[in-house]
Design a protein around this ligand. Structure first.
Ligand SMILES: [Zn+2]
Length: 375
């Protein structure tokens, strides 16, 4: 049986972008600890890849020399200049902090290690990755370097057929950009519509260029989209496209900022739809390099990533629904023996009907415009 590998760097989890920054690398440590408490990191079929040092040359695989040298100059955390700002470094969303260069190299290394574990036949999870907004020469949206692109390139270098599946609430624009004219990588992003959320793009018409037309699939979601509509689109578009493309391995950005509890977005999912989607994906394509991504309700993110690792490892988690207490929206992990799953939340009434209608139109569009190219 192949291993599910938890890729973990304690050094990486200790960084802080700024005290009040919503992106918290410590989520990786908390997830590691919860997985450990739940017995998910020991026994048959699981392995922890703990590492301390970054791999040299890892950023050079994708980023420009100029941008890497700026990151290196930002390492002290005390210097910001106009050139850095021009490349997105030193802004409120991407502050310059002590160790930013080391942090970037460690994050990219973690995803390369995850890619190698998947190349060897298993699945892997790097909770401090999925930095899908980073551009080749510019930081963006809390992302300094694009570890997802670097992981895909690592797998391509080994001759594997790769699909990228991004279910973070934000459009995976940096990954789209990297493979937009490459028909050898199928890139799919399911995200809140660019009409209402950063990075303000990711519309279905952005579907790849030249010979890669059809190999970049965007599935924009309306605000208030719940688990039901998400699963409908995931099975009808994402799973269908993957079935036609037949990847050997999947790189996934599995952010949890699609949840109703997330403070930065407008979707209404729970970790039920999230895990059901991952389970559906794994049932057909078990070799998954899972990268963390966003998730700004820390507590909900940590529970959901624990469920994610359990799913990758094929382990059941014992217990009932803690959230079944009257009026409580979410499962309470402090209740001994309670499940890690959320209570179900559904969008109803007129909003539901409109979202459902829009989803059906999107599926029609996929079947008319994209599917014939992939088939
Ligand atoms: Zn996000």
């Amino acid at each position: 049986m192949s291993d599910a590998v938890f890729v973990y760097s304690p050094a990486l989890a200790r960084f802080e972008l700024s005290p009040d920054h919503p992106f918290k690398p410590e989520r990786a440590r908390l997830t590691f600890e919860m997985c450990s408490d739940r017995g998910l990191l020991t026994g048959d079929g699981v392995r922890v890849d703990e590492f301390i040092e970054e791999e040299e040359g890892v950023l050079e695989r994708w980023h420009t020399a100029e941008y890497i040298s700026l990151l290196e100059r930002a390492e002290s955390g005390s210097e910001i200049d106009v050139e850095m700002l021009h490349h997105g470094l030193g802004t409120a969303e991407n502050p310059v902090f002590k160790g930013v260069y080391t942090y970037s190299k460690l994050a990219a290394t973690a995803s390369v290690l995850a890619a190698r574990a998947v190349a060897a036949g298993g699945s892997a999870f790097n909770p401090c990755g999925g930095f899908h907004h980073a551009h080749r020469d510019r930081a963006s949206g809390f992302c300094y370097v694009n570890d997802a692109v670097i992981a895909i390139l690592e797998l391509r270098r080994m001759g594997l057929r790769v699909a990228y599946v991004d279910i973070d609430a934000h459009h995976g624009d940096g990954v789209q950009e990297a493979f937009y004219d490459d028909p050898d990588v199928l890139a799919i992003s399911v995200h809140e519509s660019g009409r209402t959320l950063f990075p303000w793009g990711g519309f279905e018409k952005e579907s790849g260029a030249g010979s890669a037309k059809g190999y970049n699939i965007n599935v924009p979601l309306e605000p208030e989209t719940d688990d039901n509509v998400f699963m409908f689109l995931f099975s009808e578009i994402v799973m269908d496209a993957l079935g036609l493309f037949q990847p050997e391995v999947v790189v996934g950005t599995f952010g949890t900022d699609t949840f109703a509890t997330d403070p930065l977005t407008h979707l209404k999912m729970t970790n039920n739809g999230y895990i059901d989607a991952v389970a559906m994906l794994r049932s057909r394509f078990p070799r998954i390099a899972a990268l963390g991504g966003g998730g700004y309700n820390i507590e909900n993110t940590v529970r959901s990533w624990t469920l994610l690792f359990a799913e990758l490892a094929g382990r059941e988690i014992e217990g009932g629904y803690g959230g079944a207490l009257g009026g409580v929206l979410l499962g309470d992990p402090s209740i001994v023996g309670s499940d890690l799953r959320d209570m179900h939340v559904y969008t109803t009434g007129k909003a539901h009907d409109e979202i459902r209608e829009r989803s059906e139109a999107l599926i029609e569009w996929y079947r008319g415009e994209i599917r014939p190219i992939l088939a």
